[in-house]
Each structure stands twice: as structure tokens, then as C-alpha cells.
Design a binder for this molecule. Structure first.
Ligand code: ATP
Length: 301
């Protein structure tokens, strides 16, 4: 009788301990769930590096299905800095600009502005922070002031003089009879090609964009205009992020980063000297006149 009874008491003890444990487990299970950690979460005290102004990741795009133009473009543009995009004709540079300006949606890959993804639903919002100066530089009959402010009629003289200084147009103001209110002639006929380009740049900068997209013209500039553009871009890149489709050696030499695009892919990234040493694709662009230097005899009016 003693043996079975002690087995019964042992079993009762086990059941009691099991019940206690079950109740404690139940209490833990009933606690509210902690929010899951996100991949980008950091430990307290560690600061997340700021997102770049523009981040293009593994971008793919085709105008016509089956004929890809972009096949894995990837690079970043920091908030204050000049990034030059270079590549042969047809490499996809203008297409990349069109995607960044949200004129098309990529087939694959992502575009982030300040860390936020571009989606088909936020086109307008993304475009609001971007200024695009492309090869179609329009200078109209009218004054310099009108040509700079025609999209921002409420700009003050201070705003206008700020962009005039940034784009090195001060000497045009001094040269024109009437200064800012001097007339530029038919289609800006009194300006050189480089000055017309910088008027378009000044107009774009009046909106204080976060990202400036500039397509340098393939046309040659004289040495004075080339130097003025280089200095203007360097100044502008201290105020906002600048991505420029570069055709000039002077621009790439001063760029903080150069992105080499070949057949729609990013094949190299770095500074001029670095790329000359390590990238055959870049060396070829820099030495075969795809990137050209200006000269005193090349002035275009
Ligand atoms: P470039 O330096 O000559 O301006 P790029 O590097 O800017 O050249 P893109 O203009 O982007 O090159 O063109 C890349 C490819 O996409 C080319 O083969 C071009 O023919 C093609 N392409 C460009 N625009 C269109 C379009 N709207 N429809 C179809 N194909 C296009």
C-alpha cells in the first residue's frame, strides 16, 4: 500500500508544479508583444548616417520591351557635392535623367530622394525638389530679369542677385545697358552660348532646388565661359546636390565623384585621377574626346 500511495503523492506534486509553471507561462504569453525591430534600427547613442540626396539602385528601364536601355545603374549623390555622369553617346545618360526627373517609372530597381522612395504616387512631390537644366536652353526676347524670373515672378532683387552671383552672370549685369533690366535681344542674341546656359541655370536656382540636374551641352565653350561654368557649379554644389551629365574635362576634374555609365550600367565610380588609374572605360572617355577641353578658339555665340 505504501508504494502505490507514494507514487500517487509524487504524481500530485508533479501536477501541482506543472500547473504553477503553466500559469507562469500563460502570464508571459499574455504580455503585450514588443514592436519588431526594423532593419535600419540602431542601438541608442549610435547615429544613423544621413540619407544621400539621391540614391539610384540597380535601375533597369526599356522604352521598348525587350530592348533595355538601363541595365543596372547605381550611384548616390550627396547633399552637397558635384557628381558627374559620363558615358558614350547612347549609354543612357539622358534616360537616367528622365527617370530621376520622374518622367518615366523604372522597370526594376529604386530611386530614393533623401531616403524616401520614389513611387508612381509621389511624382509631383519628388519633382518639387528637382531642377532640370537640359540642352534646350530657352532665352526669350526680354530683359535679363524677366528671363531669370519668368517662373518665379515674386522673386526679390536679393533672390535674383544671389543667383546672378552664383552663376557668374555679374559681368553681364554690368555690361548690359540697364543692368538687370537690360534687354537681351532676340533669343538672347547679345549673350554667348555659355551665358545663355548660365541664365537657364540661374532661373532653375531661383526655386532653391534640393537636387539640380544639369545636362552640359556638347558644344564647346570658350575658356572664359568654361571657367565661369566650372566655378558656378562648384559654388552651386555647396548649396544643393548637383548631378551633371558632363562633356567637359574641366567639369569632371572638379567633380567630387564621377559615375561612368556603359551600356546602361554603372561600371566605375570615383574621382578623376583615381578613375584614370583604375578604369579603362573612363580612360577611354577622357582620352578620345568624348570628354573635351575648351579652348580660346572655341567660343560659341
Ligand atoms: P547622348 O550623349 O548622345 O545624349 P545618352 O547617353 O544620353 O546619349 P540616351 O539619350 O539616354 O543616351 O539614349 C539611350 C538609348 O535609348 C539610345 O539607344 C536611344 O536611341 C534610346 N532612346 C532614347 N530616347 C528614346 C525614346 N524616347 N524612345 C525610344 N528609344 C529612346
Amino acid at each position: 500500500l505504501v508504494m502505490p500511495l507514494s507514487s500517487v503523492f509524487r504524481a500530485i506534486g508533479l501536477i501541482q508544479r506543472g500547473t504553477g509553471a503553466y500559469l507562469r507561462i500563460d502570464e508571459v504569453l499574455a504580455l503585450p508583444e514588443e514592436p519588431a525591430e526594423q532593419p535600419g534600427d540602431r542601438a541608442p547613442g549610435t547615429r544613423r548616417p544621413p540619407a544621400p540626396a539621391l540614391e539610384v539602385s540597380d535601375l533597369h528601364f526599356a522604352y521598348v520591351p525587350g530592348r533595355p536601355v538601363l541595365r543596372g545603374a547605381a550611384f548616390t549623390v550627396p547633399h552637397h557635392g558635384l557628381v558627374a555622369l559620363v558615358g558614350r553617346s547612347g549609354a543612357g545618360k539622358s534616360t537616367l535623367f528622365a527617370l530621376i526627373a520622374r518622367l518615366y517609372d523604372p522597370d526594376d530597381g529604386t530611386i530614393h530622394f533623401d531616403g524616401s522612395p520614389a513611387t508612381p504616387l509621389n511624382r509631383r512631390q519628388c519633382r518639387a525638389g528637382i531642377a532640370l537644366v537640359d540642352q534646350n536652353t530657352h532665352v526669350l526676347e526680354g530683359t535679363l530679369r524677366e528671363n531669370i524670373t519668368y517662373a518665379a515672378l515674386d522673386a526679390t532683387d536679393d533672390d535674383i542677385l544671389r543667383v546672378v552671383r552664383l552663376t557668374r552672370l555679374d559681368h553681364v549685369v554690368r555690361r548690359l545697358p540697364g543692368g538687370l533690366d537690360g534687354r537681351l535681344g532676340d533669343h538672347g542674341g547679345t549673350l554667348s552660348a555659355g551665358e545663355r546656359q548660365r541664365v537657364a541655370l540661374a532661373r532653375a536656382l531661383l526655386a532653391r532646388p534640393r537636387l539640380l540636374l544639369l545636362d552640359e551641352h556638347t558644344s564647346h565653350l570658350d575658356a572664359v565661359n568654361e571657367a565661369a561654368l566650372t566655378r558656378a557649379l562648384s559654388d552651386v554644389s555647396r548649396e544643393c546636390a548637383v548631378l551633371v551629365i558632363a562633356h567637359r574635362l574641366s567639369t569632371v576634374r572638379h567633380a567630387d565623384r564621377i559615375v561612368v555609365l556603359e551600356d546602361g550600367r554603372t561600371v566605375a565610380c570615383g574621382r578623376h585621377d583615381e578613375l584614370l588609374a583604375k578604369s579603362p572605360a573612363y580612360r577611354e572617355l577622357a582620352t578620345t574626346h568624348v570628354l573635351h577641353s575648351g579652348g580660346p578658339g572655341n567660343g560659341e555665340r
